[in-house]
Design a protein around this ligand. Structure first.
Ligand code: ATP
Ligand code: MG
Length: 157
């Protein structure tokens, strides 16, 4: 199916408003006025962005900002699509980053004990993205924040 990521992400952000409010986090979306369409399974893509945005709210800075941007990737029309979910939270120490998508892997269980989770979210995200031939790229700087970026390839012609 063809899925327009713009309303999908707006909808997810609305559904996470109560959590964001509870944590004092603002969710800021930037997206083009035109549809940004990828080929895939709508429900699965909802799971992907729900987990990434929820994580950014939970593990980001309380009272901070979560930014979600939907953008074309590359120079040319039809080069593919990129979605970035970033926070200005504590970040993730470098040695943990490659393991984030392992099942049940959680960073600093001590500190995140208060934040409920099973450690499955990113494993599911990775699984779904592989099926969509999309990639997850994580940039994180301790003390500054994290950027989880999903790259969809150019559509098959
Ligand atoms: P679940 O998603 O199953 O409810 P979870 O959120 O703990 O549980 P994942 O979504 O797989 O599991 O995330 C794994 C771990 O990665 C988290 O427990 C947290 O330690 C770390 N993490 C994820 N996103 C961020 C982020 N934006 N900033 C800092 N740490 C993060
Ligand atoms: Mg999660």
């Amino acid at each position: 199916d063809n899925v327009d990521l713009v309303p999908l992400i707006n909808h997810i952000s609305d559904s996470l408003k109560p959590l964001a409010e509870e944590l004092g986090v603002g969710i800021q979306i930037s997206a083009p006025d035109q549809p940004v369409v990828v080929t895939g399974d709508r429900d699965e893509l909802v799971q992907v962005f729900e987990n990434l945005i929820e994580n950014a709210c939970k593990y980001g800075q309380s009272g901070g900002q979560v930014r979600v941007s939907v953008m074309p990737s590359g120079e040319n029309d039809g080069d593919g699509v990129e979605v970035s979910v970033s926070d200005n939270g504590p970040g993730i120490p470098r040695e943990h980053v490659p393991r984030l998508t392992e099942r049940f892997y959680r960073v600093n269980v001590e500190a995140s004990r208060s934040k409920k989770g099973t450690g499955l979210g990113l494993a599911i995200v990775k699984h779904i993205l592989t099926r969509h031939r999309a990639r997850l790229i994580v940039h994180s700087t301790v003390g500054k924040g994290s950027d989880f970026r999903v790259k969809f390839g150019a559509p098959q012609r």
